[in-house]
Design a protein around this ligand. Structure first.
Ligand code: KG4
Ligand code: ZN
Length: 339
């Protein structure tokens, strides 16, 4: 049979994403972002995000259809992020997907945002082997997920008990006066720094700590204290060294626990997804440690790691391909949708 042609809509945070795929082939990935509207607030403002989605929704769908060069009537299904995420933001995407599905008489698939972050890797590296271990690190999540079936069986092994990894990057960037979002700037500045300059704490790595949970709020506080002390002493803050040392602490814990999860569950494939997977040090360290442990590493290119519509389309196509039941038209957004 032909690979399914699916349009996917993502609006869980500040990116209005519309992607179109045929099976595991990417045909279009249109994104409109409201990130600049949030910058002066130092974080995403839900009401601003929802309004921006509303304005961008239809033009972004049109742009994706134009890029893919297909007619909406040719689609085999429409998928949409049903959660988790910001309730009002999700609602815009879910409403649009329902309207298109109903008007075009196409099946609708509400999908989980985290599972989509994993599934997107298929667009770059082909079908995901099952089981695959997934390390998902973004502004809202830091989780280890054992993926036995991407459409029905993604099991959380652990998650952050406080801040997400991306959140820590954003907060440290603020402390250093580097702006928002912080991840990309910290990554860039860290390249000129010494990652061994300062030893910052590695949260939840003691012998009695939960093996696969994460904690980054103590690290963030340690960085803030260190920087404050420098400033109080009237000394110049070595921004690049702080950025590199902080980044080293985060990526050390993430990769250590991800490799351990693979070993303990006998899984020999690790995928890393979410916005923080764009981090250059995380990629390099994961490559080294996976190679040493005999684990095959899969990381999508940075543009597919951050929120986008293609990842939702990829999972929608997988739902169609595996004959999973479509969602009813009364599908609702669920800000804390479980896996
Ligand atoms: O997946 P994503 O686009 O949105 C969420 O679902 O959160 O992730 C955004 C997060 C932000 O916290 C951003 O600072 C972080 O990913 N990020 C990075 C990098 N690029 C984006 N963190 C570290 N290094 C990067 N290069
Ligand atoms: Zn995300």
């Amino acid at each position: 049979a032909d690979e399914p042609l699916v349009l996917g809509i993502e609006t869980s945070c500040d990116e209005t994403g519309v992607g179109i795929v045929r099976g595991t082939t990417l045909l279009a990935d249109a994104v409109a972002s409201s990130v600049n509207d949030h910058a002066r607030f130092g974080g995403v403002v839900p009401e601003i995000a929802s309004r921006a989605h509303l304005e961008a929704m239809v033009p972004t769908i049109q742009r994706a259809l134009d890029t893919a060069g297909i007619k909406a009537s040719d689609l085999d299904g429409i998928s949409v992020t049903a959660g988790p995420g910001l309730a009002g933001a999700l609602l815009v995407g879910v409403s649009a997907a329902k309207a298109y599905a109903w008007a075009l008489d196409k099946p609708l698939y509400g999908v989980n945002h985290l599972a989509s972050h994993i599934c997107v890797d298929q667009l770059e590296h082909g079908r995901l082997p099952e089981p695959t271990m997934a390390l998902l690190v973004s502004g809202g999540h830091s989780s280890l997920l054992l993926t036995a079936d991407i459409t029905t069986d993604v099991r959380p092994l652990g998650a952050t008990i406080d801040d997400a990894a991306g959140e820590a990057f954003d907060k440290v960037a603020r402390v250093l006066g580097l702006g928002f979002p912080g991840g990309p700037v910290v990554d860039r500045r860290a390249r000129e720094g010494d990652r061994k300059a300062i030893h910052f704490p590695r949260g939840l790595t003691g012998p009695k700590d939960p093996e696969f949970d994460f904690s980054f709020s103590g690290l963030k506080t340690a960085v803030a204290r260190w920087v404050e002390a420098k400033r109080r002493a009237g000394e110049e803050v070595p921004v690049a060294d702080v950025a590199a040392s902080f980044q080293e602490a985060v990526t050390d814990v993430l990769t250590r626990k991800a490799v351990k999860a693979c070993q303990q569950h006998g899984v020999d494939h690790l995928m890393i997804g979410g916005g923080v997977a764009a981090n250059s040090r995380l990629r390099a360290m994961a490559e080294q440690r996976c190679e040493r442990a005999g684990i095959r590493l899969r990381v999508p290119r940075p543009g597919l790691c951050t929120d986008n519509g293609a990842m939702v389309a990829a999972l929608g196509a997988e739902m169609v391909w595996r004959n999973r039941a479509p969602s009813a038209l009364d599908l609702s957004a669920d800000s804390s949708l479980p896996l």
